[in-house]
Write a protein that binds this ligand. Structure first.
Ligand SMILES: O=C(O)C(=O)CO
Length: 324
């Protein structure tokens, strides 16, 4: 029997993941283009056909068209991410093609970035760095004053694995109250001391609002002009989930008018964000380029688990992390 073949979409893949395929006698091809290139999808569509498995590590949507182009022999797909908002799940279910993802192993790395952004935005790192760069270091007792984490209320929207890891970290910062909202009651909340409240209450009472929920039809633009109005004037908004959860036009207005204190964003819409985007010009918007899971160790683990998802499906078994 000829070996199964897997196309790995988007530029490169950690050796740790490639080794798993090799050990299991699966041939791999790494599609050499990066998904921010203009003609990425066009070229990909011409090179998709004939593979038994796909690692879809790109923000571009995997649609029925892609599945048609890939061909009927396609037996398994894995994301190399926790979020699967870029997949047409209904279409995959209809065709019986299993989709895996790589949750859990990235919880700590993403939560670290969340806490980093929370501190950076609350303590005005961007403004401070820019003052140094402009030779305007003019210390005074009222200069570059931020917000305290100690004694604050932190609201987490989405208390999944990453949300829980954020709370665990912030427990060391003497936060006075943790709130969460989400689709369901989380049994872990009690142990962590996090109270479930409706969204409006969370927004009205939190000094820090951390977005850690998946992007769905319900959460798209969850943070908009109306919900931003519910937030406190001193509130810091952190997004480590998906850019589309925030209406960025409304966020720009809220930050510019100091309706909220600051935002720390690891994710935006679109990605990559154009360098002349108005949000980048705001001193109270601290933005980094989707670095959530970007550590060597975490990416290795994600690559290994995505490879295991595919191999298990080839063996007719349930994936390590099936999404449906
Ligand atoms: O895994 C994901 O979905 C991420 O975006 C990690 O940052």
């Amino acid at each position: 029997m000829s070996p199964k073949r897997v196309l790995i979409v988007n530029g490169s893949y950690p050796v740790a993941g490639l080794d798993i395929f090799k050990k299991n006698n699966v041939e791999t091809e790494v599609f050499p283009h990066m998904d921010y290139e203009q003609d990425f999808m066009e070229v990909l569509k011409q090179n998709l056909n004939g593979y038994d498995g796909l690692i879809w590590n790109t923000k571009h949507r995997l649609t029925a068209e892609i599945l048609d182009l890939a061909g009927p022999q396609l037996k398994a797909i894995s994301a190399m991410a926790s979020g699967i908002d870029n997949f047409d799940l209904d279409e995959l279910k209809k065709r019986g093609i299993p989709l895996g993802n790589t949750p859990n192993v990235l919880n700590n790395a993403v939560a670290d970035i969340g806490v980093g952004l929370l501190i950076s935005a609350a303590r005005k790192f961007k403004e401070g760095v820019s003052m140094i760069e402009r030779n305007e270091w003019k210390f005074g007792v009222q200069w570059i004053l931020g917000q305290d984490i100690a004694g604050s209320t932190v609201g987490v929207i989405g208390l999944g694995g990453i949300g829980q890891a954020v709370v665990r970290r912030l427990k060391g910062f003497d936060v006075s109250r943790f709130l969460y909202c989400g689709r369901s009651d989380k049994p872990e909340a009690k142990l962590l001391g996090v109270e479930r409240v409706p969204l409006q209450e969370l927004l009205e009472e939190s000094d820090f609002v951390v977005l850690v929920c998946p992007l769905t039809n319900e959460t798209r633009h969850l943070i908009n002009a109306d919900t931003l109005k519910m937030m406190k004037k001193n509130a810091v908004l952190v997004n480590i989930a998906r850019g589309e959860i925030i209406d960025h036009v409304a966020l720009y207005e809220a930050l510019k008018n100091e309706q909220i204190f600051a935002a720390g964003l690891d994710v935006v819409s679109p990605e990559p964000i154009p360098a002349d985007h108005p949000l980048l010009a705001l001193p109270n918007c601290y933005l980094i380029p989707h670095l959530g899971s970007a550590t060597i160790e975490t990416r290795n683990k994600m690559a290994v688990n995505a490879a295991k998802n595919i191999i298990l499906a080839f063996e007719g078994k349930s994936m390590l992390y099936p999404t449906y």
